[in-house]
Design a protein around this ligand. Structure first.
Ligand code: MN
Ligand code: MN
Length: 475
C-alpha cells in the first residue's frame, strides 16, 4: 500500500497547492455549518468568480452563450451552477453533484421548556446519528427565524470566541450502573437529546413584581428561567415564543475546522459528509473555463433524510434549471431537455468510509478506501444486496477510469464496508432516473456522521483534481 500513498508522490509545487486548498477548506468549513450557510457562502464565492443569477438573466430576457456562467438557488437551501459549453446542451452535461446538509439536531416546533429551573430546547435529530456522540460536547445554534411580518432573522450562537455554547447532558458515571448495562443504541434516547440553554431566573423588578405577586398562585409567576430566555430572545432577535413555529434552528457542534495529527496531514471538523465533496466539486468546477461540454455543479439538500422535499435531489429544481438554461441559450425543447438529461455524465460527489484499523472487522480490505490513496469510486452503494443503490454501468466506469488515467489522477475503489454489516445511499440513483451515467465519487471520511469527522488533506487535493479531470475529459 505504501507505494500508492499519494503523500510520497508530491513535489514542492503540489504540496503548496495542497496546503492552500486545505486552508481554504478549513475556512469554508468554519463558516458553513448548515445548508443555508453553504448556499450563502457559495453564492458569495461564485459571484466573485463572475457567475450571474439565472433568475436575473431570465427576468431581463437576456440570452446566454458558450462560456457564460450562471447559478440558480432554490429556497436558499439548494443551488446549481452552470458554465455553458460550446457543444449543444442536448448532447449532455458534465455534472458534479454533492449534498450540503449534514446530520444534526433540529429544534422541534415547540422547543422551549423549563424543568427544575433549567431551560432546554427539545430537538428531533436529523439524519443518521449515534446519539451518544452528541452528549457533553460544545454545541452551537445556527439557523433562521421567519416571522409573520415576513422578516427572517439569522441566528448563529456559539462560534465566536466569546459566544456561549450549549450542551446535551449525560448521566455521571457514578450513577450509571443501569445506563451502562444498556446497548449503545438504547442508552441515549432521541427524546433525551435536549439542549441545556439556561439556568438563571428572570430577576423581577418592583414594577413587574406586583404583577408576579398578583398571579403568584398561577403558572405566570413560575418558569422564570424560561421567561428569562424569552426576554433574551426578544431583546436579541425581536422574537416571541410563537416564532419558533416558523423557525429552522439547527444544533451543530461548535468550533472551527482544525488540522489534525502531529504531521498536520488531516482535517477534523463537523459536516464533512458531504461538504468536503461540495467544496472540492465547487473548487474544481470554478477551475474549468470555456468547457466543450456544459459543466454543472449541483449542491443539494435533504440527502441525509432521503433527498426528499422541494430542496432535495428528488425535486424538479435541477431539471427546471436545466430547462431555463437551455431556453436562455436558445436550445430549449421538451425533447431537447430530455436528451440533455439522458446524455449527461455525472459524478455523485459523496463521501465514502475510510478504513479504520481499530474497527477492521467491519471492512473488507480489498474493497475498502484508505486515507492518502485518492478519490474513492463506489460503483454501487446500498445495503442488504445493493438494495437502494445506483449500480454504475461498466462501460461508463471504463470511461471514467480512462479519464482519470489520461489526466494522471489517482483513484481507489471501495464498498462502504462488509456485505452484511450495513450500507448507505447517495443521490446517484435519483439522477440515474433520467437515464444518465452516474457513479459515486468522493473522499474517504473517518467517524462519518460523528460531530467530528476526519479527512486526509491529500484526498481533498486528489478529489479536487479528479473532479477537474472529469469535467474536462474527452467524450
Ligand atoms: Mn453523504
Ligand atoms: Mn451521510
Amino acid at each position: 500500500m505504501g507505494k500508492d500513498n499519494r503523500w510520497t508522490t508530491y513535489n514542492e509545487e503540489q504540496l503548496c497547492e495542497l496546503h492552500a486548498l486545505a486552508e481554504d477548506y478549513k475556512g469554508f468549513m468554519s463558516t458553513v455549518k448548515t445548508e443555508r450557510e453553504a448556499v450563502c457562502e457559495v453564492v458569495k464565492r461564485v459571484q466573485a468568480a463572475g457567475y450571474r443569477s439565472l433568475d436575473e438573466v431570465v427576468a431581463k430576457g437576456e440570452s446566454l452563450k458558450a462560456g457564460d456562467k450562471v447559478y440558480a438557488v432554490w429556497m436558499k437551501k439548494t443551488m446549481v451552477l452552470f458554465t455553458v459549453g460550446t457543444q449543444p446542451i442536448e448532447k449532455g452535461l458534465r455534472i458534479l453533484g454533492a449534498h450540503i446538509d449534514s446530520p444534526r439536531l433540529d429544534l422541534k416546533q415547540v422547543p422551549l421548556y423549563e424543568n427544575t429551573e433549567m431551560a432546554f430546547f427539545d430537538t428531533h435529530y436529523y439524519g443518521g446519528v449515534k446519539k451518544y456522540q452528541w452528549t457533553t460536547i460544545p454545541l452551537a445554534i445556527h439557523g433562521v427565524v421567519a416571522k409573520k411580518d415576513g422578516t427572517v432573522v439569522d441566528v448563529r450562537i456559539g462560534e465566536e470566541e466569546n459566544d456561549p455554547v450549549f450542551c446535551v447532558t449525560d448521566l455521571l458515571i457514578h450513577l450509571s450502573k443501569d445506563q451502562m448495562a444498556k446497548t449503545l443504541g438504547d442508552a441515549i434516547t432521541g427524546e433525551n437529546l435536549d439542549v441545556l440553554i439556561a439556568s438563571k431566573p428572570l430577576v423581577i423588578g418592583t414594577d413587574t413584581k406586583k404583577d408576579a405577586e398578583k398571579d403568584a398562585e398561577g403558572a405566570e409567576a413560575k418558569e422564570l428561567v424560561k421567561k428569562n430566555v424569552l426576554a433574551i430572545l426578544k431583546e436579541k432577535y425581536g422574537m416571541e415564543e410563537d416564532d419558533f413555529l416558523s423557525a429552522e434552528l439547527e444544533i451543530v457542534p461548535a468550533g472551527k475546522a482544525r488540522d489534525m495529527g502531529l504531521d498536520r496531514s488531516m482535517i477534523a471538523c463537523y459536516g464533512q459528509d458531504d461538504r468536503v465533496c461540495a467544496f472540492t466539486s465547487l473548487d474544481a468546477f470554478l477551475k474549468v473555463e470555456n468547457p466543450e461540454v456544459t459543466a454543472c455543479c449541483l449542491l443539494t439538500d435533504k440527502e441525509e433524510i432521503g433527498s426528499v422535499g422541494a430542496t432535495g435531489a428528488q425535486s424538479r429544481f435541477f431539471e427546471n434549471a436545466v430547462a431555463e438554461l437551455m431556453d436562455r441559450c436558445g436550445q430549449y425543447s421538451e425533447l431537447g431537455l430530455r436528451r440533455a438529461l439522458a446524455s449527461s455524465r455525472m459524478l455523485s460527489s459523496d463521501v465514502s468510509a475510510a478504513f479504520d484499523p481499530l474497527y477492521a472487522e467491519a471492512y473488507e480490505k480489498k474493497n475498502a478506501a484508505f486515507f492518502g490513496h485518492g478519490i474513492v469510486y463506489n460503483k454501487y452503494t446500498g445495503s442488504r444486496g445493493k438494495s437502494g443503490s445506483n449500480d454504475a454501468n461498466a462501460e461508463y466506469f471504463a470511461w471514467v477510469r480512462r479519464a482519470m488515467d489520461d489526466a494522471g489522477v489517482a483513484f481507489q475503489t471501495a464498498e462502504l464496508g462488509k456485505v452484511d454489516i450495513g450500507g448507505g445511499g447517495t443521490i446517484a440513483y435519483i439522477s440515474a432516473l433520467y437515464g444518465m451515467d452516474v457513479v459515486d465519487a468522493g473522499i474517504a471520511v473517518l467517524n462519518m456522521h460523528a460531530p467530528m469527522e476526519v479527512t486526509s488533506k491529500s484526498d481533498l487535493y486528489e478529489a479536487r483534481n479528479a473532479y477537474v479531470a472529469f469535467l474536462t475529459a474527452q467524450a
